[in-house]
Design a binder for this molecule. Structure first.
Ligand code: B1N
Length: 837
């Protein structure tokens, strides 16, 4: 495409200049001064902390633009295969501190701020609002993966939705969760680049008709009733100390026409703006349901909206490269982050067949060669299904295409297993009993060239429990890629004391070579090193104690054992098992049975889905026990309980480095992987956990002696399920009867004998998550943890070994596996004619 600007116009001086890359404290100071004046329209003298944050952010953003453009040029011009990571969620966390780390400019930023004479870097970093564009692990995983893609120099783009309102902010009032609208854009968010000229149009509703094309062939075409425009908002994703700067392209929905001029002229102002409001609702709000599927129309609209925008964008890139549409799968590889973007299968077929006039078979070859699917859950309530009526009214052509895909697939199955009608019923993309529904996981599985689970155990269960029929049809399609987390954000950025110690011990570039953590092993028994290790941990615990005091006025002792469970609140994750264990410890103290106990601070954090009543009651229960226990002088400092409000990425950066003990206590077989478990281990926390998700591999890696295992295995739980009478387990645990009575009679609810009855009855009556079956063993393990804590040198050794042996859980390892085994992509260093620091 031709540009009205002639070639030869110089780019800014810093572009590609190896001598002066704009990265000194001087340059940063000048950049901030310019932005304060010209971008923010304020004088340095009167600048607020937020002004300084904005000025510094803009100055840092300027400094990554060179890399961003160079990466993009390469993407546009080259022919390398690019990863398109499709995800309804990207939980990217605060950007400024991370980008400073990636550029190696933390000291320079601190120095530039010093020259303004105002607040320091920590204070400035603290005012950043994080974009909460995700619920939990799934969204955070997408963010870690984009960061590793950039750090390993893979060309990649994330694709998702720019929600105006992300996950709600959580406040705790009278012990209950209260949801507050997340207004992350209110102060202006400097980390996105808007490209209105690259907007694309997406259709909804309407009908499908047949017509004859120029060759006289019969074709189908979709005539949507409505259209919305997607405007791309790009968040640059820098790699660690490399030139690569990928992006996450988030689509914002706007009306195709701003309002109905005719209606406006008629004086019907309401109707005039109606379409605009309807279109913009598409990207208004993130669904806060982690692990549940409500089957709401707007959710499907959101999914189709961002998937269609993204695929059209990718086809346009192909055209810019001068490549034919037939070569799509050589230029792009699409990863579906769960089924949320799985409409991509039908939309890519529609674009290829209807818009680009390819034949069905050719289009199907391209689609199946380019799409892979990651499954993140076995929970039936989270597996997406769309009623055929709803689906067809919103996406009539896509429904036709899905029926055609299904017909051809079922024909293949008939040849494979003649006469097995039940098999056909089980694998069909359309669920046929009762209300007909499209099973999105089946659609994704039929089309994908690879289907992976997110931990070894989970991937096994995907094959044996979730999709045994598909696994028999296509044994080679199913694989495992165990999740990983980025050591840059979760160690180098979040844990400054430990980062410094690792720098001295392993060399400054350890964050790019996480396997070097292994070199810590011989130091695990070195008492001098143990002491330095313990000092780092204590500093992080003091910092978290400060956060807790500020938030909830609870004073905690930083020298006590910090026992932490942070994650979404869900019955299968069993925060109430932990709470029950705390009540039992409290009763032991009350009865003077303190033998073997050590001072503990039990910390909880996490949000409940607003409509998940039992999860909200669990939060109320934790608040209740915290209030009662913390106020009881009989404690003598042995037990404190705190609920951290509004757990998010920013708070996570304070929490993981401060943990001694990591609670990973889900019912075996139900947590797909977990990633918080990895962040804790990387930061030297010991895990108390079940054989679930990635805990299995964490225990293997760190060594069975450095992990507190308890609970029934997946197979044992399956066996128990057939004949489980939870009430019979109550008597097996000393003090449990008394604990349950106290809870029911209102000891932890100011005498209210109704409040927690549903919780107790849930546990004693049904106990769908087997708390009581695992409780005795859990208590034994908790005692083991206390015993080890009482021997500081033994604890430090185990802590060091946890970090030393957690390199496997780096997202760099995970991304390399996807690149080699799933995507078939190679790193492509970005040339800029200059090196970074
Ligand atoms: O994905 C994480 C895993 O580490 C966790 O074990 C798993 O629970 C989590 C519907 C989900 N699975 N499914 C979801 C999120 C939002 C939504 O609307 C489902 N999240 C997970 C990363 O692999």
């Amino acid at each position: 495409s031709s540009s009205p600007v002639p070639h030869g116009i110089p780019v800014p001086a810093s572009y590609g200049d190896p001598q002066r890359n704009g990265l000194t404290a001087n340059d940063l100071f000048d950049g901030m001064a310019e932005h304060l004046f010209y971008t923010l329209g304020t004088r340095a003298e009167g600048a607020s902390v937020h002004d300084l944050y904005m000025a510094l952010s803009h100055a840092v953003r300027d400094r990554l633009m060179t890399r961003h453009l160079a990466t993009k040029d390469q993407l546009r011009a080259g022919s390398a295969k690019v990863v398109a990571y499709f995800s309804a969620e990207f939980l990217i966390g605060p950007q400024l501190g991370n980008n400073l780390l990636m550029l190696g400019m933390q000291a320079e930023a601190a120095e530039a701020l010093r020259r303004f004479g105002g607040p320091g870097l920590d204070q400035v970093l603290d005012v950043e609002e994080e974009p909460g564009l995700g619920n939990g692990g799934l969204g955070r995983l997408a963010a870690c993966y984009l960061e590793s893609l950039a750090s390993l120099e893979f060309p990649a783009s994330g694709y998702g939705i720019r929600y105006e309102f992300g996950i709600f902010d959580q406040a705790i009032r009278d012990g209950w969760q209260v949801e507050i609208t997340d207004k992350w854009l209110k102060g202006g968010w400097p980390w996105e680049l808007v490209y209105p000229a690259q907007s694309v149009s997406v259709g909804f509703g309407g009908h499908v008709e047949s017509y004859g094309d120029e060759q006289g062939a019969e074709r189908r075409r979709w005539l949507p009733a409505h259209r919305a425009l997607g405007v791309p908002h790009d968040v640059p994703v820098l790699g660690y100390r490399v030139n690569s700067c990928d992006r996450i392209r988030l689509w914002r929905a706007v009306a195709a026409e701003s309002f109905d001029v005719h209606a406006f002229n008629e004086g019907d102002f309401q109707r005039a703006v109606q379409e605009k409001v309807a279109s913009e609702t598409l990207s208004k709000v993130l669904y806060p349901n982690d692990g549940t599927d409500q089957g709401k129309r707007l959710r499907l609209e959101q999914q189709h909206f961002f998937v269609s925008c993204s695929l059209q964008d990718m086809l346009r890139t192909l055209a810019l490269r001068g490549a034919p549409v037939q070569s799509f799968a050589e230029h792009w590889t699409v990863q579906l982050n769960d089924t949320h973007p799985s409409i991509a299968v039908a939309e890519l077929m529609r674009l290829l067949v209807d818009e680009h006039r390819l034949g069905w078979d050719e289009a199907w070859t391209i689609t199946t060669a380019s799409i892979a699917y990651t499954n993140h859950t076995l929970l039936p309530e989270a597996l997406e299904r769309w009623e055929v009526g709803l689906f067809g009214s919103l996406l009539p052509r896509h429904l036709e295409i899905i029926y055609e895909i299904n017909a051809r697939f079922l024909q293949q199955v008939r040849l494979h297993a003649p006469g097995d009608l039940d098999l056909l019923r089980r694998v069909s993309i359309i669920h046929e009993d009762g209300t007909k529904a499209v099973r999105m996981a089946h659609l994704a599985t039929v089309a994908a060239h690879h289907v992976n689970g997110v931990a070894a155990l989970h991937s096994q269960l995907v094959k044996t429990d979730l999709f045994p029929d598909f696994a028999a049809l296509w044994p080679g399609k199913f694989t495992n890629v165990t999740n990983g987390v980025t050591p840059r954000r979760w160690l180098a950025l979040a844990n400054p004391p430990l980062a410094r110690l690792l720098g001295e011990t392993l060399g400054d570039d350890w964050p790019a070579h996480i396997e070097r953590l292994r070199q810590l092993e011989p130091l695990a028994t070195d008492s001098g090193f143990q002491q330095r290790w313990a000092a780092c941990k204590l500093a992080c615990k003091r910092r978290l104690a400060g956060v807790i005091a500020e938030q909830s006025q609870v004073l905690v002792d930083p020298t006590s054992l910090f026992d932490i469970q942070v994650k979404r609140i869900h019955e299968y994750k069993r925060q109430h098992l932990n709470a029950l264990q705390v009540v039992l410890q409290y009763l032991r103290i009350k009865h003077g049975e303190t033998e073997g106990m050590v001072p503990r601070t039990v910390i909880f954090g996490g949000k409940a889905a607003p409509g998940y009543w039992m999860a909200k009651l669990i939060i109320r229960f934790i608040s209740g026990i915290a209030e009662t226990i913390n106020a009881d002088p009989d404690n003598r400092g042995l037990l404190r309980v705190a609920f951290l409000a509004d757990y998010n990425v920013k708070l996570g950066e304070r929490v993981y480095p401060a943990a001694d003990l990591s609670e990973q206590i889900s019912t075996a077989g139900l947590e797909a992987s977990g990633t918080g478990n990895m962040k804790f281990a990387l930061n030297g926390a010991l895990t108390i956990g079940t054989l679930d998700g990635a805990n299995v591999e964490i225990r293997q890696q760190v060594g069975t002696d450095n992990f507190f295992l308890f609970g029934h295995t997946t197979e044992q739980i399956a066996e128990l399920r057939s004949d489980y009478r939870p009430w019979e387990w109550v008597e097996k645990v000393p003090l449990l009867r008394e604990a349950l009575d106290l809870i029911e009679r209102g000891h932890f609810s100011n005498g209210d004998g109704e409040l927690f009855r549903p919780l107790v009855q849930n546990i004693v009556g049904r106990d769908s998550y087997f708390l009581l079956a695992d409780l005795p063993d859990y208590l034994v393990s908790q005692n083991d943890a206390s015993r080890l804590w009482a021997d500081p040198s033994a604890w430090q050794r185990a802590s060091i070994l946890n970090t030393a042996r957690s390199g496997y859980f780096s997202s760099d390892r995970a991304i390399r596996e996807y690149a080699e085994r799933v995507w078939g992509v190679e790193p492509l260093p970005v040339a800029m004619g200059c090196e970074v620091s």
